[in-house]
Write a protein that binds this ligand. Sequence first.
Ligand code: AMP
Length: 485
Amino acid sequence: MLTTDPYDDDKLREECGVFGIWGADTAAAVVALGLHALQHRGQEAAGITSYDRNWFHSHRAVGHVAGNFDEDHIIRQLPGDAACGHVRYSTTGESGLRNVQPLYAELSSGGFAVAHNGNISNARTLRQELVQHGSIFQSTSDTETIIHLVATSSFKTLLDSFIDALKQLEGAYSLVCITPEGMIGCRDPLGIRPLVMGKLGDAVIFASESVAFDVVGAEFIREVEPGELIVVNDKGIRSLHPFAKIAPRPCIFEHVYFSRPDSIVDGQSVYSVRKQIGAELAIENPVEADLVIPVPDSGTPAAIGYAQQSGIPFELGIIRSHYVGRTFIQPGDKVRHLGVKLKHNANQALIEGKRVILVDDSIVRGTTSTKIVEMMRDAGATEVHMRIASPPTRNSCFYGVDTPKREKLLAAQYDVTGMQDYIKADSLAFISIDGLYRALGETGRSNDHPQRCDACFTGDYPTTLTDQDGLANVTQFPLLAERVT
Ligand code: AMP
């Protein structure tokens, strides 16, 4: 019923995708298609809010886009030529409908719908202050903080109030909002999470990844710049830069795992970058073997790169069932364990008697690697070498990629030798941080001015972490929240 701290959850961070369109007939139908293409960014819930120039209409549901946004819902219940939508992965106990986005509120300026990808790292602190001043929160989502800040801003216009709100935020946010004054797309000053702008006829679109444009037949225009706020309405497109300019730090993990390989992120093809990561990995960590085997699907491009660089044949030694979601994107350890077994099966006829190199994008808790190494041995592999297309993940992400608490990360518990013993591989090696940057076209990581947010690997967080820093002082969060399941 009642819990103590709405933000105190092992898996508090959200992984999300956003999509918005202004100026298209049956806008909600286009949003549904766009969200479909972004489904990999969050599979627990989806929502669409449309605007018909008089009223806002919303449908939010737990589950996949496909199951919840059929023609009937979209066309009949979500009319209008403007709409925004959201796919989300959320946390145990907090996956209830009230947290499903877009969030919507009636402000003095009219309706306001917001879809957010990222995580506000001072949301708890802001919320505490807002509640003390009388705000009544309806969800436990950090995104709601933004709405309250806009609502309580002393600025007169919606846009000024919105900018005022953004200036109080710390952390990562790529936002798409629908308001009577237009659609707003914006990215935090560091540009941690991606956001791109496209065109479908005369309509303008914002989406988390360019793959969503391909799917709806839209044209990619450009990225929304870090710290940029774009207002789209019937008068046209207006770009604002309300923040002091700082060096951007887009998330490196989007390239490692999160984005779809057919997306262009930070101006680079995710697929090409991943292949290049595999090539660098092969240069840095060669090993004699008979086969290079990807852990599907996320390890596949890096495995191709590894195989091409090393000259060792690439083979599909693990077959993945496509009817199970991403391992990680399921709450609860029990389900996650079960998920791994359901998801992958060894191609025994190929593996038997072979020395194999397994390539995966990352090790988080170590569940997948442990299972897959064992699976290879059961299938008769004589040697199992694991190669990981990212450095050890030693730190939690507070910017919108779901990672468990630090103590659950395998790399926070063991060094590489300890991890190798844990997963029972004959060898284990990770790409170096400089190797990863090289794959992205840099000469290496600039330690003075890191080009990316790589805090999950380095612990170098590009913002202060107000909520985390304040945690030691909080014995019990004063806000009680009803837990909706
Ligand atoms: P684990 O089994 O806990 O070590 O998780 C590693 C697997 O989860 C890898 O195969 C990755 O492809 C995948 N993965 C890594 N990071 C994430 C994430 N943030 N969300 C979902 N899956 C992830």
